[in-house]
Design a protein around this ligand. Sequence first.
Ligand code: NAG
Ligand code: NAG
Length: 211
Amino acid sequence: MASLLKLFISILATTLLATSQLANSGDPDILSDFILPPDLPEPDEHFFTFNGTRGIFDATSDSPDQQKTTKLTKITMEEFPALNGQGVSLAVLQLPVGCTYPPHSHPRAAEIILVVRGSITVGLVGSDDGDCLYTQTLEAGDMFVFPKGLVHFQQNAGEEDVIAVSAYGSANAGQVSIPDSVFGSGIEDGMLADAFRTNITVVQDIKAGFQ
Ligand SMILES: *[C@@H]1O[C@H](CO)[C@@H](O)[C@H](O)[C@H]1NC(C)=O
Ligand SMILES: *[C@@H]1O[C@H](CO)[C@@H](O)[C@H](O)[C@H]1NC(C)=O
């Protein structure tokens, strides 16, 4: 009996340890100041500089080059190699009037979003059950945090085109789009029909929009 209890406690302890390590996991610490790409023997100031978002905040609703559809400009270690190993990245979201950024999650980082222009409604779904939705309308200057891995969305809530900047606690936070991963990934129609308590015709109608 005592040995069974010991076994139980050791399994519990191992599980708790594994879960807490998972919860604390982030980008790995590096043992140098920064990581150079293989094709760059020496860094200079340009290595630490990124100008790919220059001008992005200048566009106004009236300017001809203003985005008319939702656009997310990612600045991860792929676009800006100096971020590799630094555990941070950014994205700039341009959300014209009436546009939304559909439900998604970031598997590797929490996100903090700062509204620079306009007004957005954000939504965040807790992980315990699907009915735990937190929504908030944010004005320019407001921020909201989306905890790591949780499903969330953004929607233009006003009469003005939105620009918002998101920061992530990972150089490569990753993104899982809920509509694409459910309906655009090849999951079998019958399984989706069961999961969404509908029939295959409805599932195929929805899938048609993802081809
Ligand atoms: C932006 O950065 C790239 C890469 O470092 C550089 O080649 C380019 O000249 C820069 N553009 C401007 C306008 O400074
Ligand atoms: C599938 O479900 C839809 C919506 O409930 C219904 O209109 C349609 O007739 C159903 N089709 C079949 C083949 O059962």
